[in-house]
Ligand binder design. Structure first.
Ligand SMILES: Cc1cc2nc3c(=O)[nH]c(=O)nc-3n(C[C@H](O)[C@H](O)[C@H](O)COP(=O)(O)OP(=O)(O)OC[C@H]3O[C@@H](n4cnc5c(N)ncnc54)[C@H](O)[C@@H]3O)c2cc1C
Length: 491
């Protein structure tokens, strides 16, 4: 591997992504003699585990998505570039990114790819229109609008004497941690938070249905915790449907098929997709160039030291990788990125290579409702209030930035000790913009002029104006020469 870009120039590290892998990888290089360029398609770092609290009005988006530029402002060897990476040329060591039609090519000596994963609809991408996933701030704000909006529409309908059951039925697909947390929070909204706010509807009659094709809730937590979580959810009024595969959904309904062949259709306007992930499409670009395998979820197979076959200067970390059945959790991304950063630094100092990457499992947890969670730490299995306190402490530690921690605690006090939600605001654009943007061929780029297009237009306008002036001058000269106007030149 080339130790420096050019003779004497600092070693250039490009990091793709500003999520857990990208941010922790960049920070781990703060004392290294390198120049880090982080390229990400959003300007923020996102704490995905708390997206469900943005969607249900507990936290603001800013609290879980601080600007990466601000987070890294004190790290002198790091700079941040906004852009969606569209291509990685492994032979020429170039990363191409674009934002609103502006293209940028960034060379590297070492590369850390941490582009994460998106939502998978298991081949039914048409479901996305009516059942948004929960992967981004946009998703959470859209869901917030849809959830609170459904209660508003139900109030209007009920006041006119109409049937509003379809508006007051919320279906969450996927009984992993995100699905459990969403279902629990919507149930709390309906039964606690909103119960005095409406006149024509009784929000406590809202149905919350949690659906999963698997036979238990929270499969990675084991059968016992899964069963306890199911009981706790049912205690909150959530209907849990297991062994049920969603086969179809549209604006108004969701159809599922049980293992015994029975088919059930629910009338529901608000559906939330919390099942399935698909590795970043950059995985395919890398696989095509290296021959590395891609698994069914589009995750790329990497060497035990997280590098790509044949390209020791390229590390891939986090949700994008398929290695030893590692789970798609934040700690895999954080530890992988720190490992890659240490290896890059070590090579520059001529240190021997590290042992293969080893993931240290610090445990998993999920909240069910206020004061109730499940946690799995080593052999310890916890449920209820103690697990919830643990959840609180861990999330406080990992929320980025002191001011975000302070405001998050205040918002949690409002929601957990009181019954309020400080962040219920939702705008029409938040609800409908995604669908509208998806109808444009090139997304947001279609809404702005291409860079250069304005300059081209100005040049075209200018030459048109010049041509018009010249032809007018010629006509004036002809009229004057013919003595038809003014004084003939030469008289
Ligand atoms: C709703 C939800 C709840 C979760 N809860 C938990 C939890 O409780 N505990 C836990 O441990 N894990 C949880 N996870 C999983 C955890 O968030 C992920 O495992 C972790 O974020 C993976 O980190 P990453 O760096 O690989 O990817 P991400 O954190 O997803 O970061 C990917 C980054 O790459 C950027 N990017 C993507 N494509 C491009 C591109 N083409 N060009 C430029 N930039 C790009 C993105 O903008 C983003 O900045 C949850 C995930 C979700 C979605």
């Amino acid at each position: 591997m080339s130790e420096a870009g050019q003779q004497g120039a600092p070693h250039r590290v490009v990091v793709i992504g500003s999520g857990f892998g990208g941010l922790f990888g960049t920070k781990a290089l703060r004392r290294s003699d390198v120049e880090v360029t982080m390229i990400a398609k959003t300007t923020h770092h996102l704490f995905q585990p708390l997206l469900y609290q943005v969607a249900t009005g507990i936290l603001s988006e800013g609290e879980i998505a601080p600007p990466t530029r601000e987070v890294l402002s004190g790290q002198r060897n790091a700079r941040v570039l906004l852009g969606e990476v569209t291509h990685i040329d492994l032979e020429r060591r170039l990363v191409t990114s674009q934002v609103l039609g502006r293209h940028n090519v960034t060379p590297y000596d070492s590369l850390i790819v941490a582009a994460g994963a998106g939502q998978s609809y298991f081949g039914n991408d048409q479901f996305a229109e009516f059942a948004p996933g929960m992967k981004s701030v946009d998703d959470a704000l859209e869901l917030r609008g849809r959830i609170f909006g459904a209660f508003e529409l139900a109030e209007l309908g009920a006041a006119r004497g109409e049937d509003v059951d379809h508006l007051l039925t919320f279906v969450v697909v996927g009984a992993g941690p995100t699905g459990v947390e969403m279902a629990g929070q919507i149930a709390e909204l309906a039964r606690r938070t909103l119960r005095h706010d409406f006149r024509a509807i009784n929000t406590r009659t809202a149905r919350v249905v949690l659906v999963d094709a698997a036979g238990q809730v929270l499969p990675p937590f084991g059968a016992r915790l899964g069963e306890k979580t199911k009981k706790a959810l049912e205690g909150l009024g959530v209907e849990v449907r297991l062994g049920a595969m969603v086969t179809d959904l549209d604006e108004r309904t969701l159809t599922m098929k049980y293992k015994d062949g029975t088919v059930e259709t629910l009338d529901s306007v608000t559906k939330i997709w919390a099942a399935g992930v698909q590795g970043s499409p950059l995985g395919r670009t890398l696989a095509e160039q290296t021959g590395a395998p891609l698994d069914r979820a589009g995750r790329i197979g990497v060497n035990p030291d997280l590098t790509l076959p044949g390209y020791p200067e390229v590390f891939v970390v986090g949700d994008m990788i398929a290695l030893d059945n590692l789970p798609g959790v934040a700690q895999v991304a954080i530890q992988g990125a720190k490992y890659a950063a240490k290896e890059i630094d070590g090579r520059l100092r001529d240190k021997p290579a590290q042992a293969p990457f080893h993931y240290f499992d610090k445990g998993s947890m999920a909240t069910i409702s206020r004061f109730r969670a499940v946690a799995m730490v080593g052999r310890l299995r916890l449920t209820g209030f103690v697990a919830w306190l643990m959840w609180l402490a861990v999330h406080l530690v990992y929320i980025t930035g002191f001011k975000n921690r302070v405001t998050a605690v205040l918002h949690w006090l409002v929601s957990f000790l009181g019954r309020g939600r400080s962040e219920r605001t939702a705008t029409e654009q938040q609800i409908f913009a995604r669908a509208a943007l998806e109808r444009l061929e090139r997304g947001a780029s279609d809404l702005v002029s291409d860079p250069g297009a304005y300059a081209d237009k100005r040049a075209a306008d200018e030459s048109e104006r010049r041509a018009a002036l010249e032809s007018r001058a010629l006509e004036e000269a002809r009229l004057t020469d013919a003595g038809e106007r003014g004084v003939k030149v030469g008289d």
